[in-house]
Ligand binder design. Structure first.
Ligand SMILES: *Cc1c(COP(=O)(O)O)cnc(C)c1O
Length: 373
């Protein structure tokens, strides 16, 4: 197998999806699988669908196109507001998109009419994350405007949390969002097919004590792919955190004196240049670097320390015995590292586990509440 590569255990992704689907189902919440961190990789998307995701969502049109070209026919939603310059393609590849700008909705409507289609619109509401969204007090008005347009159909509203701010949604923010769904239905009639409460950061809320109200959808990427709750980074009980493994090859090993203190030019690199490895420790160099992944997001093998990295090399302090040149080192990844590795042209994606058996169904039917460990 070639190096560097990222090994993807599809059965773990399927089982992670099954776990969230099973836990959210009794609360009336369906799962939309978010594929942006894996660049819309069709086999990974299919594993999400096999696990019970009702549809797929991606932030980039190119990824949506990749899903379609691989023959995936489910509902594909564009969760980043479309670019005005791409509306024709958006209408071609996605049934639904998230929107915040009336000018873009109008352009989507014209594009849909040209293609003899009706494009679904979900209005993204700004509930405090500070990224995209229509202010809550303006949503009802925009919704009514969308309803007067031909070529588009109002499909729902959505909120997003913890992306820019890094703050998990509070119960009162979620209650306000549900109240907004009621308000819009009061003004527009029962047209909100989708009330999408947020992303992986919403899982603790969705599985918590309080009522989840109108929310009937969550858009989940990180939780399904990495089995963690993104705000804390903690593993979610019963989920696999090792569906992805990054594998790099050793190209040099030797005992070297510790590097002399370096004058740091770039303070943001400080973390990567630390390094007072003891004189006794040995070093290895891997053929992988910043161009391939987000190095601080890799978990080092037990006993090893990151000495530093450049565009194409990672230098690791390692206990003896030294690994042989040509041997492989395996890493687990966080979201940033995963996202970069999946997009890196020199990293081969190796699929594993797609032939595996269905998991045990014993736990099914039982309402398993999320426990964060
Ligand atoms: C990335 C993204 C998601 C998925 O976020 P995860 O934390 O990976 O679950 C959901 N919605 C929007 C709008 C996004 O941009």
């Amino acid at each position: 197998m070639s190096c560097p590569r990222i090994e993807v255990d599809l059965s773990k992704i399927r089982r992670n999806t099954e776990t969230v689907v099973r836990r959210l189902g009794p609360r009336g919440i369906g799962v939309t699988g978010v594929t942006k961190a894996v660049c819309g990789h069709p086999a990974i998307a299919q594993a999400m669908l096999d696990g019970g995701a009702l549809g797929l969502a991606d932030a980039r049109l190119s990824n949506a196109q990749r899903l379609r070209q691989a023959g995936i026919t489910c509902l594909v939603t564009l969760i980043r507001t479309p670019m005005l310059s791409q509306v024709d393609e958006v209408v071609g590849f996605c049934e639904v998109s998230y929107n915040t700008e009336i000018a873009i909705i109008a352009a989507l409507a014209s594009a849909a009419i040209r293609k003899d289609k009706v494009h679904g619109i979900i209005l993204m509401v700004e509930m405090g994350d500070g990224r995209e969204g229509i202010l809550p007090e303006n949503v009802a008005e925009v919704a009514q405007e969308v309803m007067t347009m031909q070529g588009v159909a109002l499909k729902g509203i959505g909120a997003n949390f913890a992306c820019l701010s890094g703050l998990a949604p509070t119960a009162s923010q979620m209650a306000a969002f549900c109240g907004l769904a009621n308000e819009i239905e009061g003004v527009c009639g029962p047209y909100l097919k989708i009330v999408s409460g947020g992303n992986s950061a919403n899982l603790p809320w969705a599985l918590g004590e309080h009522a989840t109200g109108h929310v009937n959808d969550l858009r989940l990427g990180e939780t399904i792919l990495l089995g963690v709750e993104p705000v804390s980074g903690d593993q979610i009980d019963g989920m696999h955190t090792d569906a992805f493994t990054l594998v790099a090859e050793v190209i040099e090993t030797e005992a070297k004196p510790p590097p002399s203190p370096i004058a740091l030019i770039d303070p943001t690199r400080e973390r990567l240049r630390i390094v007072t490895t003891s004189a006794a420790s040995a070093r290895m160099i891997l053929a992988m670097g910043h161009q391939d992944t987000d190095i601080p997001g890799l978990s080092m093998p037990v006993g090893s320390t990151l000495i530093g990295a450049t565009s194409d090399h990672i230098v690791i302090g390692t206990p003896r015995p030294l690994p042989k040149v040509g041997s492989e080192v395996r890493f687990q990844l966080n979201y940033n590292a995963l996202m970069h590795a999946m997009a890196a042209p020199d990293i081969e994606v190796t699929l594993l586990g797609d032939q595996s058996m269905r998991p045990s169904r014993r736990a099914q039917g039982k309402v398993n509440h999320l426990a964060l460990v």
